[in-house]
Design a protein around this ligand. Sequence first.
Ligand code: ADP
Length: 448
Amino acid sequence: MFSKILIANRGEIALRVVRAAREMGVATVAVHSTADADAMHVRMADESVCIGPASGAQSYLNVAAIVSACEITGAEAIHPGYGFLSENAAFVQVLEDHDITFIGPTAEHIRVMGDKITAKETMRKLGVPCVPGSEGGVPDLQTAELMAAEIGFPVIVKATAGGGGRGMKLARSAADLENAFRTARSEAKAAFGNDEVYIEKYLGTPRHIEVQVFGDGRGRAVHLGERDCSLQRRHQKVLEEAPGPAITPEQRAEIGRTCAEAVARINYAGAGTIEFLYEDGNFYFIEMNTRLQVEHPVTEAVYGVDLVREQINVAAGLPMSFIQEDLRLNGHAIEVRINAEKLPNFSPSPGRITQYHAPGGLGVRMDSALYDGYRIPPYYDSLIGKLIVHGRDRDEALARLRRSLGEIIVDGVDTTIPLFAELVEDPDIRAGNYTIHWLEDWLARNLA
Ligand code: ADP
């Protein structure tokens, strides 16, 4: 086991990693920007190193400073959290060259899954169901027209290098295709410096279902069921739950086995998430995230495992602590993402927290780096906390969500807590009856 690890992140996820490491007897090094000198992750870690000025590009993305921090402190491994450098293959390559262990998959796996066409091709070959579409980049409009006619309208034109929902254009009919093709290409060029696009069948009313997988890097892998993350605003997840209300035990076992076998065959190491659109009983692969997800705690709640501990173990060369048969789904969990944002426009609301009180009690987990008097800096993501509730069934989880939303106090800034207080009363949410468009429609009706 490592004696010391460095956490190349901030906020609640840095704290999350400190907590797992401390339980394992592993010392931690926090890194921080000048704007985060007073942050909770810095206070909670055993040591800390300032790695640059406020801007993320000069601090949490500053590879040279992070590698130096490792060398100065003698940290043997780096946990990247999510975001920042967590899916940066070049960073992982640099660590390999410096004999620092990356707590995550290999640079090669990150590279393969980071390119959407290669990812899809790899998954298709591994037997994972994909959205019907072009089997590679589409070079020109004429090919696009042929492909679209074959797939059938509506189709979606997507950037190979895409991310964050950019470079994606819908064509409802042949008349829309030329425009969709040209705009997707120019957006992709502007956003990613690569104008390659591909075409997929457009699914009208899907749910977003993602399967948690975990591999030991030596050909063994398990799945930990699915999460339904359909409630999204601008392609950003807002509320996640496990298990998915629309997924049957048989479907879970089947898609789970398919995903676990796929990652076992490529010797995948650590935590990964295989994302699908789900419609009419069918799963369609869209992408794989080669890291820990924001919403991992709902899976931890229902399977009773510590995914970060498991990541650290596997990175240290130890076997996974469970096999598939050990993993039993227990009850239901829901997570809501609390952002410092002002409704109805979700504009960022940084500032000083005058009072903070976390909810508690049976089945309630609050992952947050807030404290009384903390000043939320304006430079980073607006996520300030994740409230995760667990119950014996979905109704109990909803009752705990309602109860704990009533207990939270976050004063001094605007937050998305009032949104969740309304959502938890909505008949569709209570029935688990929603698709990826539900929240945008609801917001247009209720907050406009
Ligand atoms: P990104 O990496 O940019 O987030 P994804 O491929 O993960 O792109 O897709 C993001 C979102 O776009 C999905 O969650 C879904 O809402 C929508 N989307 C992507 N592909 C399709 C499709 N074939 N049909 C319908 N919606 C899609």
